[in-house]
Ligand binder design. Structure first.
Ligand SMILES: Nc1ncnc2c1ncn2[C@@H]1O[C@H](COP(=O)(O)OP(=O)(O)OP(=O)(O)O)[C@@H](O)[C@H]1O
Length: 254
């Protein structure tokens, strides 16, 4: 079986580039002209109040939501163009959700190998090797045969990260990956994400973890009311915000 290989990664354009993006759900205009980008190897943390459109922006980036208008380029490919083969682009994007979305009836290894075998056409043994390598990366080598229900929420989220990594993504999107976790389990997941960032992974992280944004983010983007209000280096946006809306939000969360 020949593994499916993807076209070469374009480094001369941003990993993600969003231009003038609008998204409405019925009468509710949630994104109102967003310009946003993530460079290769960059960690961009998107923060903002509940309902500001952070998750919707992230979900538009791999077309889990269809934008109302605007352009989204992923590694130079226009994913808002109807002619684009979305599946090919999606395989380059690893996605981690608030709810871990593991298959409950499959053990950890099978959770990691299923998509590799189906979408990447890897053999079972090859997929198993990749799975083992990524489980080791998230510190869960000893859980290969466990079922999701036997794991803590933090362990399940680390399995979800390992599953995404097993598809060899060029970039990872995280949608509030620690929001569903008990506080004492959050650190282990953030540590795995920190290591990924150190290894050079391109990351877009929607998060309420301001400590993570400050320590790990290369750039922080503050959204409110469906627009990007302010963005810049974490120490600037979080430590010396320029806009009243940013100041007001940070006064509540820091
Ligand atoms: N599938 C959907 N159908 C209808 N409305 C939606 C849908 N998804 C999101 N919305 C609405 O879009 C708005 C923005 O939601 P979104 O989840 O993007 O915000 P958020 O900034 O990520 O908030 P939170 O931090 O609470 O997750 C909300 O008013 C929400 O109700």
């Amino acid at each position: 079986m020949n593994e499916v290989t993807e076209p070469a990664l374009r480094k001369d354009v941003p990993a993600i580039e969003v231009r003038n993006l609008y998204k409405s759900f019925g009468d509710n205009e949630v994104l109102k002209g967003i310009d946003f980008h993530v460079d290769h190897g960059e960690v961009v943390c998107v923060i903002g109040p509940s309902g500001s459109g952070k998750s919707t922006l992230l979900r538009c980036v791999n077309r889990l939501e269809e934008p109302t208008s605007g352009t989204i380029m992923v590694e130079g490919v226009d994913i808002t163009d109807d002619e684009t083969d979305l599946d090919k682009v999606r395989t380059r994007i690893g996605m981690v959700f608030q709810q871990f979305n593991l298959f409950p009836h499959l053990n950890v290894t099978r959770n990691l190998t299923l998509a590799q075998i189906r979408a990447k056409k890897r053999s079972k043994s090859e997929a198993g090797e990749v799975a083992a390598r990524n489980l080791a990366k998230v510190g869960l080598k000893d859980k290969a045969t466990a079922f999701p229900a036997q794991l803590s929420g933090g362990q399940q989220q680390r399995v979800a990260i390992a599953r995404a990594l097993s598809m060899d993504p060029d970039m990872m999107l995280f949608d509030e990956p620690t929001s569903a976790l008990d506080p004492e389990l959050v650190g282990d997941v953030l540590d795995v994400m920190k290591q990924l960032a150190k290894d050079g992974m391109t990351m877009m992280v929607v998060t309420h973890e301001m400590g993570f944004a400050r320590e790990v983010g290369d750039r922080v983007v503050f959204m409110d009311g469906g627009v990007v209000v302010e963005q810049g280096k974490p120490d600037d946006v979080l430590g010396n915000p320029q806009h009243e809306r940013t100041k007001e939000f940070l006064s509540k969360v820091l």
